[in-house]
Write a protein that binds this ligand. Sequence first.
Ligand code: GLU
Ligand code: MG
Length: 637
Amino acid sequence: MGLLSQGSPLSWEETKRHADHVRRHGILQFLNIYHAVKDRHKDVLKWGDEVEYMLVSFNHENKKVQLVLSGEQVLETLQEQGERTNPNHPTLWRPEYGSYMIEGTPGQPYGGTMSEFNTVEDNMRKRRKEASSLLGENQALCTITSFPRLGCPGFTLPEYKPNPVEGGASKSLFFPDEAINKHPRFSTLTRNIRHRRGEKVAINVPIFKDKNTPSPFIESFPKDEETAKASKPDHIYMDAMGFGMGNCCLQVTFQACSISEARYLYDQLATICPIVMALSAASPFYRGYVSDIDCRWGVISASVDDRTREERGLEPLKNSKYRISKSRYDSIDSYLSKCGEKYNDIDLTIDKEIYDQLLKEGIDHLLAQHVAHLFIRDPLTLFEEKIHLDDANESDHFENIQSTNWQTMRFKPPPPNSDIGWRVEFRPMEVQLTDFENSAYVVFVVLLTRVILSYKLDFLIPLSKVDENMKVAQKRDAVLKELFYFRKDICKGGNAVVDGCGKAQSSTEPEAEEYALMSIDTIINGKEGVFPGLIPILNSYLENMEVDVDTRCSILNYLKLIKKRASGELMTVARWMREFIGSHPDYKQDSVITDEMNYSLILKCNQIANELCECPELLGSTLRKAKYSGSKTDPSI
Ligand code: GLU
Ligand code: MG
């Protein structure tokens, strides 16, 4: 989730007093970095994935599965046995929001050669094995995006009661603070978001109305005044940051060869975010109920929405400075490349003073407004020991604001005094059950960056249309049922698009009809006379590349998975989970997921992930490289 500063966290009131200080020095730190490395060129293409995991424990006797709150200890051991002993260790482990979560990445970034695509899955398997080996009996490491009974009574091991009183971090009716990672950063974030907002966060996810679901659906938990106001009928109500940031995802970070290439990739990939998110949909269940959405995005967005009532436009501006239209966790608000400028059609709230200062320092309009937009936010955590910094050699204040702007894409300047280049992070994907699927999504996105750069593709459409796509992408079965705005002509015929704009781009107004509504099948697989399709483009790129047979075979299997998920031949994880619950003998068609149903589901997920059973409707029967051993039984399950 970001950098960890150690030390003593300040309260919200104290943090707020230092907000201008953090912003002022954050900008100075950014300027120092920018001036030092703006002309840096020829960094090589490097990339890496991040997978977030949950630790679960099966109680086979009671048919119950719980989240194990041992992430901190597991992480400590992983780091001790890994990176701290051997700088070339193949895996790296980081903390995540939940005390039941950890995050794993490859030990070293991948490079630009094709054969590295063939090592991604092995590395993910290594991670799964390494972390799994530290778990107790009947415990497992799962890559599930959202735990179906997160926030239900007794969902953690050990069990804790929520503590909805003043003084707690979340004050949640459902989510105990003990389920938050014990590093002070995480509870401080939780508390300060709530304090800044002036009330608890409120997440309302539409319930899936099944045959026997009460209508209207109104829950009967104890309702204080705040809950009564915040919870909506026909929705699953959640009231804590953990309901969002306690979910897992799959991210990819790329190093570009220059700042302009990074800006170009940032823009191009931003348009792909909703498409790939819908394709990766894996989170249909919340707080023990079947919801009507398939993706976590809006849930996390609401779970960290620290805007005051004034900033949200519910009250006239009096104490707050701006109206702010989105949460800190949301889609991007402006393109960064010159070609993107004319498609910047979203109202952008910026800190005008910071913008002017950046311009004066020689930063161009697009980058200046990007940074000045990120910096409308307050720092959410500040550690006493980290207030006064050396702006020439540190970047914590810049990172403080930057890393709590959790957007679909992140534009990452190099850290001070490092040999890391300009990077962009692709953040919308939901994590999949298996290393095979996760590798497939990662490789698909990385290959896409290769063809974008090699063929100078252009996916840009007005950013407001990308936002509409983001909304649609989260709906139930969006991948098959919804249409998405997509650019019709994506080939610019070799015009330089990285540093400038091609001829076709010379007009300042977007021409009418540059984009159309398309199905994901059309976007991914193409449709005669309408759109060439991303997979056919990737395939033709691959045909022109020197790739060894084994790597080619892996890549083709990965692309087949994406292709078949897009066409509906295979299910998304979300659809598969819906079918599983829907056909569970205990399911009463009332949208309720009981402990026992949850147990069967997560047990099945774990078997699939560990290749103890096949799941052709999700993965296809011939796609995976690894052989199943149908008779093998795992002693732990
Ligand atoms: N777990 C968050 C998500 O699902 C992301 C946290 C992070 O930025 O690492 O999007
Ligand atoms: Mg993370």
